[in-house]
Design a protein around this ligand. Structure first.
Ligand SMILES: Cc1cc2nc3c(=O)[nH]c(=O)nc-3n(C[C@H](O)[C@H](O)[C@H](O)COP(=O)(O)OP(=O)(O)OC[C@H]3O[C@@H](n4cnc5c(N)ncnc54)[C@H](O)[C@@H]3O)c2cc1C
Length: 328
């Protein structure tokens, strides 16, 4: 009876979402009075064992096969399924990311087991022998659902940014166990073959400051003052879907259910109403400043700080004040 954390990585680089999963797996294992183990997929992730051990895993299973050179949902899902059959964990926790959801769904289908995605909480009284009650977000965060998973192995993903990563060494070093998984051509349907490297710098998902614009900005050109403010604060620019729909900015800048979920120290939302689909992507922000002409806008009512006014005046005024203080 163990808890197994599935490590999401990109060619051997661990994702930040995984660190929350490792912490959640350790917490759940403690309450169950059992061990927490981790699974890495592909030999290029072998070097992650030390990082994983720093979170308290007692065993790191390393799934190996010559096909596991890069991400492939079917191959990763099949690898998880084989490791679950071999180690019979009580709970398997994956990341609440696109990749995490896809591989846990693949594993669930192959094991013929139920899976619950985007969990926010696990039952505090769960001890491994009863069904697992979870609270999870559904419909893009517009509702919370209480579910119960009744299966020999409970497959779940942890919603992103719900658990703050916290290292905690186990009492003994982690054991490394290599598992040679059997994969054939049937799992080679989709594999990452090539990629375009992002230019160095912070991304929308990781930047501590995000200055976002919505329909209220009015045009692609009118994003220039938001770019300036983001640059003064060493942040990046985001946007709402109204903006990407209008072709003012690329989809890579979109915050929300169908964009990027962010958790910056400060989120500056300019001319954004805060529709639920946008809010689910921004709600993990530690501080929110809303700049809006409408004092009743959803985002204004949720923000810790708000300026009611025309963003075309407010944003340049903030930048001017920052420049004045920085003597620029
Ligand atoms: C399945 C689905 C998925 C979706 N996914 C996403 C998603 O990932 N991300 C997302 O953002 N949306 C998403 N949406 C769309 C979402 O429902 C909203 O339509 C969208 O977020 C609205 O964008 P907005 O706030 O920029 O525009 P609006 O809702 O039109 O709001 C504009 C705001 O600007 C303010 N404003 C206007 N002029 C000014 C000014 N001069 N100064 C200051 N304030 C001003 C207005 O008061 C208003 O509050 C999704 C919708 C669906 C159905």
């Amino acid at each position: 009876m163990t808890v197994l954390a599935v490590v999401e990585h990109d060619r051997g680089t661990i994702t930040s979402a995984t660190l929350g999963v490792l912490t959640a797996a350790r917490n759940l294992a403690k309450q169950m009075n059992t061990k927490f183990e981790a699974l890495t997929i592909g030999a290029n992730a072998d070097r992650l064992s030390e990082t994983i051990a720093n979170f308290g895993a007692t065993t790191v299973h390393q799934a190996h096969n010559s096909m596991l050179t890069d991400f492939g949902p079917e191959a990763w899902g099949e690898s998880i399924a084989q490791v679950v059959r071999k180690t019979s964990p009580s709970v398997v926790i994956g990341t609440g990311t696109e990749r995490g959801h896809e591989i846990i769904a693949q594993a669930a289908a192959r094991l013929d087991l139920p899976a619950a995605m985007n969990c926010l909480e696990f039952d505090k009284d769960f001890n491994g022998s009863q069904p697992l009650k979870v609270v999870r977000t559904r419909w893009g965060g517009s509702l919370m659902e209480e579910s119960q998973i009744d299966a020999p192995t409970k497959l779940v993903t942890l919603a992103n940014h719900v658990v703050e990563p916290r290292e905690e060494l186990a009492t003994a070093p982690a054991t490394v166990s290599t598992i040679d998984v059997q994969l054939d051509e049937s799992v080679a349907q989709s594999f990452v073959q090539d990629r375009v490297e992002r230019v160095a710098g912070v991304t929308l998902a990781t930047s501590p400051v995000v200055v976002s614009g919505g329909r209220g900005v009015g045009s692609a050109e009118a994003f220039a003052p938001l770019e300036e403010l983001a640059s003064l604060l060493n942040g990046v620019v985001g946007c709402s879907r109204a903006v990407t729909n209008n072709g003012w900015r690329n989809h890579t800048d979109q915050v929300g259910q169908t964009g990027t979920r962010i958790a910056p120290d400060i989120y500056i939302a300019c001319g954004i109403s805060g529709a639920i689909q946008h809010w689910v992507g921004a709600m993990a922000s530690k501080n929110i400043l809303a700049i809006n002409t409408d004092a009743q806008a959803n985002i204004v009512t949720k923000a810790g700080y708000a300026v009611i006014g025309d963003l075309h005046k407010v944003v340049p005024a903030i930048s001017a004040e920052i420049r004045r203080r920085q003597n620029k």
